[in-house]
Design a protein around this ligand. Structure first.
Ligand code: KG4
Ligand code: ZN
Length: 342
């Protein structure tokens, strides 16, 4: 019995990712990033990203095949992120996947980027429990997903109503004079700081806000609070305690993320929480999630950092799940959908 060999392409933001899996075994994961080209703008520039994908696509596919030790002709199916993401960036990946599928005479599977962030963990920790609760936190999204079946049934319980968690990290890093993308720099600075030094607000966690937005997130008020606090310090002529601000800000974000995720597990009777997206690399998030999951009797799954950030392996992994579960392939005129819901 031959397990399907699936090649996955991811181009929804600034990483050109190509991954290859056989069944649930990861054979290759190659990523070319244009993040350095965006750094001087302090954020991802869509046009720059599309152009970089175009230049990186063929070499990245070739590197993936070499890494996996397979020839393109052996691929059984092609999977590609169809959305959500930057429209022009998605188009490059979808066009490349169509060309491959036609050239090889193989089916194409258009997959959802958020679902792929959840599905990737099968290559690291084995089959996904059904249901799994997914907390996705990256520069583009903050979502709480109830996942009965990652190939066809994902329910959105909540999302950010303003900034994504990673976006908040990046904006606060900028306020503190740290480079882009700021998440890893805040994480590092926070280790030298006191997380209870400043009591920053926890958005949508109490009263009517909590009633109305039980599993939603909000980080823009927190960002504004940090900006005000830093400005007051600067105006007073005192130095800004960067480590304390970083640690206190990070604590506020991580507190809300983990509190609501564990609450969602309890209220929906789900025993497994999976955290994905670039912010899942955050050391304080991992530690607090582990503590709160242990206390609530929930098992925690976090893929290794390289699989949490955008990559092609996650798309290949979800494609392979779809093949193995007998899901229907996409049509060849599959559109890129920048605002595709889960
Ligand atoms: O998933 P990702 O690579 O790309 C998308 O946004 O889709 O996530 C990137 C985000 C950035 O906002 C970055 O600052 C954040 O993940 N990030 C972190 C850490 N590492 C990356 N945020 C907090 N702590 C980290 N260690
Ligand atoms: Zn992502």
């Amino acid at each position: 019995e031959h397990e399907p060999l699936v090649l996955g392409i991811e181009t929804s933001c600034d990483e050109t990712g190509v991954g290859i899996v056989r069944g649930q075994t990861l054979l290759a994961d190659t990523v070319a990033s244009s993040v350095d080209e965006h750094a001087r703008f302090g954020g991802v520039v869509p046009e720059v990203a599309s152009r970089a994908h175009l230049e990186a696509m063929v070499p990245t596919i070739e590197r993936a095949c070499a890494q996996a030790g397979v020839r393109l002709q052996e691929v059984d199916a092609v999977a590609v992120t169809a959305g959500p993401g930057l429209a022009g960036a998605l188009l490059v990946g979808v066009a490349a996947a169509k060309a491959l599928a036609v050239g090889l005479g193989r089916p194409i599977y258009g997959v959802n980027h958020l679902a792929a962030h959840v599905a990737v963990d099968v290559v690291e920790h084995g089959p996904l429990p059904e249901p799994t609760m997914g907390l996705l936190v990256s520069g583009g999204h903050s979502n709480l997903l109830l996942v009965p079946d990652v190939t066809c049934d994902i329910r959105s319980l909540g999302a950010t109503i303003d900034d994504a968690a990673g976006e908040a990290f990046d904006k606060v890093a900028r306020l503190l004079g740290l480079p882009f993308p700021g998440g890893p720099h805040i994480d590092r600075a926070a280790r030298e700081g006191n997380q209870v030094a400043i009591d920053f607000p926890r958005g949508l966690t109490s009263g009517r806000d909590m009633d109305r937005h039980r599993f939603d997130y909000s980080f823009s008020g927190l960002k504004t609070a940090v900006a005000r606090w830093v400005k007051a310090r600067e105006d007073s002529g005192e130095p800004v305690p960067v480590a304390d601000v970083a640690a206190s800000f990070q604590e506020a974000v991580v507190d809300v993320l983990t509190r609501k995720a564990v609450l969602a597990c309890r209220e929906h009777g789900v025993d497994d929480l999976l955290i994905g997206g670039g912010v899942a690399a955050n050391s304080r998030l991992r530690a607090m999630a582990q503590e709160r999951c242990d206390a609530a009797g929930v098992r925690l799954r976090v893929p290794r950092p390289g699989l949490c950030t955008d990559n092609g392996a996650m798309v290949a992994a979800l494609g392979a799940e779809m093949v193995q579960k007998g899901r229907e392939a996409s049509r060849l005129d599959l559109p890129a959908d920048s605002s595709q819901p889960v």
